[in-house]
Design a protein around this ligand. Structure first.
Ligand code: ZN
Length: 193
């Protein structure tokens, strides 16, 4: 597994916090991750893009196109594409359905890498893959800054290159040990970058 970004770097950027959090999914966790705060510094975003591009090259993966889902994946996907010298486009959710951004098309058999900021369950990323395949593309690899899926590769047999894999437990509220300890909960708010 590729590990070329550390949790300490995310923490130093305010992109990883520990405590007791109510996630947007409704689950509770002692860890909160917001990659956007890491990517808020364009130099860090550029470096992460270089690291992902290096990981792909190291695995012998040479895409003709990089695709990311808006909004979360766009910055890192764009930086990865820049480092690879490949074009970049994005998908977006319209009326609940994942779709190619209007005005974009995929060439037949075009070799594509899908880049995400964080892979949690991989569900939305798989929707992106489905859209690209329906459009005639060939998804040859997935990549992300963080893999918090709890699996080495939730996309197998498609290769997956994460910069950092973390195991952050989450619980339904009624099973949360932090609630049982009476630890005050917070819904992660905003902070200056
Ligand atoms: Zn809790």
């Amino acid at each position: 597994m590729t590990t070329s970004l550390t949790l300490d770097e995310l923490t130093a950027a305010g992109a990883h916090r520990t405590g007791h959090f109510r996630l947007s999914s409704g689950l509770h966790s002692g860890d909160y991750l917001q990659c956007a705060l890491y990517l808020a510094d364009p130099r860090r975003a550029e470096r992460a893009g270089h690291l992902i591009a290096g990981g792909l090259r190291g695995a012998g993966i040479r895409p003709e196109l990089v695709v990311s889902p808006a909004l979360g994946g766009v910055i890192i996907g764009h930086e990865t594409a820049r480092a690879l010298g490949a074009p970049f486009l994005f998908t977006e959710r319209v009326d609940g359905r994942m779709t190619l951004r209007r005005g974009f098309a995929i060439g037949p058999g075009q070799r594509i890498v899908v880049v995400e900021d964080v892979v949690t369950t991989g569900k939305s990323t798989r929707e992106v893959v489905a859209v690209l395949e329906q459009s005639g593309g060939l998804v040859i690899a997935m990549a992300s800054i963080v893999n918090r899926s709890g699996q080495d590769n939730p996309f197998a047999p498609i290769p997956f290159i994460p910069l950092l894999s973390v195991a952050f437990p989450t619980w339904p509220p009624e099973e949360c040990p932090l609630c049982r300890e009476g630890k005050p909960i917070e819904k992660p708010g905003s902070r200056p970058v």
